[in-house]
Design a binder for this molecule. Structure first.
Ligand code: FAD
Length: 543
């Protein structure tokens, strides 16, 4: 049998430290105030990049969750059974506090930023289980609208113990929270919701209706939109009631999805389900949006994580695979492809890092709060859009092996489109930018100020800042132009960040290709007088 080198096959990339090998994450952590968390991130990067955790990621997706609606006696149980690898991933993320560390952080302590970097690391290896992890922490912000419920549930969420049992919330070692908004007749437009909430008194309601997508249906409770007498309202609906009885939540089917297979997504019916009102009746969208803001940021973060993992796998492969008499990394055209992938990935990572810092500082800084509001929509639109083409091209760098499940690239490829669908699809996010500008004028000043931090260093970037600022302050933007407008803002913002904090070669290549016209229509079309080899080598994890 030929050994690996003579077979011209690369050795496996894992185990490797996902944090310390990343060319920008440590800088992002320090710049955004999370320097005190770097040791923790490095330890987590090593753990997440272990052979064992990579195997969990594979198994949790290969052996998909199964729905059991009834027990053998015909009684409803409405349970989803997962592969043990899924539970191992959940245990890892919960024990590290990825479901709530950001909520517990204080502005300036770096906890929010560190948690988001940690989320990036774990999501690189397995993103499906990150869905309930994300929803749980995000739900706590919405629960603040109902202080009595928050006082009961927040300590249960804060536990670092993953408890997948079906039991009364107060009897569990830890709980997780989900979200149920989308109905068959409307997802983006939740005003179409018809699930009905009948008041029983004392803040309790009975819910009747059906939700079309409810992910992670084994969560212990769901923030749910339903129509109460005063209009669409937000409710907390437990899966198991405080007396230990099952609530009226019935799982009809699990979705047979393109990807995100480790994460069960159900169709759920509410059959006189008991629910507690969260916030004011009739203000449900206003309440649940505080949850959605957090999950949107996580979607953007996951999009960047998928890019990084795909590009790392591509870099590793081309550094170890030879063709036509040379290692692929020595081939100028492969250098161009990898360099282009790398600069897009670094740009996305820096954007998410900056946004995480804005989210962390927002409670104490109105300017950062305004930036977080508009920046979340700009970045969610842009980074989730860039993810798919980057992952696809990275897959191609790995050749035929990249099309085979064992390489992990097919799984990353299937995950990539999802982040620009859920929690606000591309068009919805682009229109949300226009809404933010129209309804919250402070977002204009915040975004212009943010862009201007990069002024005076490079005339090309200055030009982009001036034109994006002018577009921001123009009277109106036509709805049909929203994508083009947001793209303009996103690339100017990224260039401004890069010129302040990025590697000089990465910045120059980004500016020439993304701001200037020196670029083709596919990745791998950078001008050849940029240092392609050096840029490409940044994509290869140095173990
Ligand atoms: C895997 C998965 C898991 C999910 N999990 C959950 C969950 O746990 N809880 C939950 O509540 N939901 C969940 N969803 C639902 C998800 O949030 C919705 O699918 C999403 O919000 C889009 O809604 P929709 O499917 O009804 O599409 P629609 O709202 O019908 O949108 C269809 C298309 O029209 C576009 N569009 C909408 N409005 C406009 C407009 N004004 N102008 C131009 N274009 C527009 C959209 O961008 C989209 O491209 C999940 C979805 C998926 C795929």
């Amino acid at each position: 049998m030929p050994d690996r080198p003579s077979a011209n096959q690369p050795p496996p990339l894992e185990p490797y430290n996902l944090f310390s090998t990343d060319p920008v994450l440590a800088d992002v952590a320090c710049r955004e105030g999370a320097a005190a968390h770097v040791d923790w991130l490095s330890a987590l990067g090593q753990r997440a990049g272990s052979i064992e955790v990579f195997q969990w990621g594979d198994l949790a997706n290969r052996f998909e969750p199964q729905l059991a609606t009834h027990d053998r006696f015909g009684e409803r149980i409405d349970e989803v059974r997962y592969h043990p690898a899924y539970h191992s991933l959940m245990e890892l993320s919960v024990s590290e506090g990825l479901h709530c560390r950001h909520y517990e952080s204080q502005p300036g302590d770096g906890g929010y930023v560190a948690r988001n970097i940690a989320m990036n690391l774990v999501a690189q290896v397995e993103v499906g289980h990150s869905c309930p992890i994300s929803m749980t922490g995000a739900a706590l912000y919405a629960l603040e609208h109902q202080p009595d419920l928050a006082a009961r549930w927040t300590p249960l969420v804060a536990s670092r113990t993953y408890d997948p049992t079906s039991a009364a919330p107060q009897d569990k070692a830890g709980v997780l929270l989900g979200m149920s908004m989308t109905e068959r007749q409307g997802g983006s437009d939740v005003r179409a919701n018809t699930t009905e909430a009948v008041p029983l008194g004392g803040g309790e309601y009975r819910l009747r209706g059906a939700k079309w997508f409810v992910s992670a249906p084994m969560c212990d409770a769901f923030l749910t939109l339903a129509k109460a007498p005063a209009g669409l309202s937000c409710f907390l609906v437990p899966r198991v009631l405080p007396d230990g009885d099952r609530n009226g939540l019935q799982l009809m089917r699990l979705k047979d999805k393109l990807g995100n297979r480790s994460n069960a997504s159900s169709e759920m019916e509410f059959v006189d389900a008991m629910a507690w009102l969260v916030g004011e009746e009739g203000r449900g969208v206003r309440t649940i949006i505080d949850m959605v803001a957090g999950t949107r940021l996580d979607c953007t973060n996951w999009a960047a994580a998928l890019m990084r993992q795909a590009v790392a796998q591509a870099g590793w492969h081309v550094a170890h695979r030879a063709a036509f008499g040379a290692v692929l990394i020595d081939k100028p055209l492969m250098q161009n492809v990898l360099a282009d992938l790398e600069i897009e990935t670094e740009a996305a990572t820096m954007l998410v890092g900056r946004l995480s810092g804005a989210f962390e500082r927002a409670p104490a800084d109105p300017g950062e709060a305004a930036l977080a509001r508009i920046g979340a929509a700009v970045a969610k639109y842009w980074v989730t859009k860039r993810s798919s083409p980057v992952v696809r091209e990275a897959l191609e760098c790995v050749g035929g092996n990249g099309y085979v499940e064992e390489s992990t690239l097919p799984r990353l490829y299937r995950e990539a489109p999802l982040n620009s669908i859920w929690e606000g699809s591309g068009n919805v996010m682009a229109l949300d930018v226009l809404r933010a500008l129209a309804r919250s004028p402070e977002t204009v000043d915040a975004f212009v100020a943010e862009l201007e931090r990069g002024s005076g260093r490079d005339h090309r970037v200055d030009g982009a800042i001036t034109s994006a600022s002018a577009a921001l302050t123009a009277e109106t933007v036509d709805e049909g132009e929203a994508r083009r407008f947001v793209e303009h803002l996103a690339t100017a913002w990224t260039a401004s960040l890069l010129v302040q904090h990025g590697d000089q070669d990465v910045t120059d290549a980004y500016v020439r290709s993304r701001l200037g016209d020196d670029w083709g229509r596919e990745l791998g079309t950078l001008p050849t007088d940029v240092p392609l080899r050096r840029l490409a080598e940044r994509a290869i994890p140095q173990r």
